[in-house]
Design a protein around this ligand. Structure first.
Ligand SMILES: [Zn+2]
Length: 231
């Protein structure tokens, strides 16, 4: 295991459509860090992917969550239960929503939208809300701030990329070898774009965040949705 980082691939099938997501493992001197971890129920798939890349799940020391959406935090509770030594880190702004002190913002948004949905979509809307209502609160062991620097992945920095959610973070390597976008940028047709604009909690901020991550001219953008964009 000499690499600085490993990109994992998790696969889900919704309505007969395959959806892939790409969590990342960052290797540090004392830490092995998983960045985002798939939908709830992903524990087995995550373990398989880690082992496929010669990472024994029990050696993970931290999980970093880019934001509070269920496709990113889903397996964190399951991982923590099975591997209690893992510490969970997230933005200081996302922490109250992740820990259950405040109501998940996506759920708040969905409940507001539910009132406006046409009758024939209400059942789908209710299902969406239930997905978020069933998320387990997570104890956040460490709060992350913009500019925090770690030796993970050969040296990296936490950057604030709000918009999709207010406390959304991305992670850039200090020498611009890679940038983990989270949902600040998704890869579509060889281009970085804003993730589902209708889900952006602040579209103006989301646009600025996309510009910000592009301004680093990173060699590789690792997008949770869409995979890797190479220079
Ligand atoms: Zn997402």
């Amino acid at each position: 295991m000499n690499e600085k980082y490993i990109v994992l691939k998790l696969s889900y099938t919704f309505n007969e459509m395959e959806q892939l997501v790409f969590p990342v493992v960052l290797l540090g001197t004392d830490d092995i860090v998983l960045v985002d971890c798939g939908y709830p129920g992903s524990l087995n798939q995550l373990e398989e992917q880690l082992r496929y890349h010669d990472v024994e799940p029990s050696i993970l020391t931290k999980i970093v969550l880019t934001h509070q959406d269920d496709d990113h935090i889903g397996a964190a509770a399951e991982m923590k239960e099975k591997y209690p030594k893992i510490q969970i880190f997230a933005s200081h702004i996302e922490e109250p929503y992740l820990s259950g002190k405040a109501k998940n913002l996506r759920l708040q948004q969905a409940e507001e939208m539910q009132k406006l949905l046409p009758e024939d979509q209400k059942a789908w809307g209710e299902q969406f809300c239930d997905r978020f209502r069933s998320l387990q609160p997570l104890k956040i062991d460490g709060k992350l701030y913009s500019g925090d620097v770690f030796d993970w992945g050969g040296g990296c920095e936490i950057i604030e990329t709000p918009g999709h959610t207010p406390g959304h973070i991305s992670i850039r390597s200090l020498n611009n070898e890679f940038l983990i976008t989270g949902d600040a940028g998704v890869l579509e047709g060889n281009q970085l774009i804003i993730a589902n604009p209708e889900y952006s909690l602040n579209i103006g901020d989301a646009k600025k965040s996309l510009e910000k991550i592009l301004s680093y001219n990173s060699d590789r953008y690792i997008c949770y949705h869409g995979g890797i964009l190479k220079e």
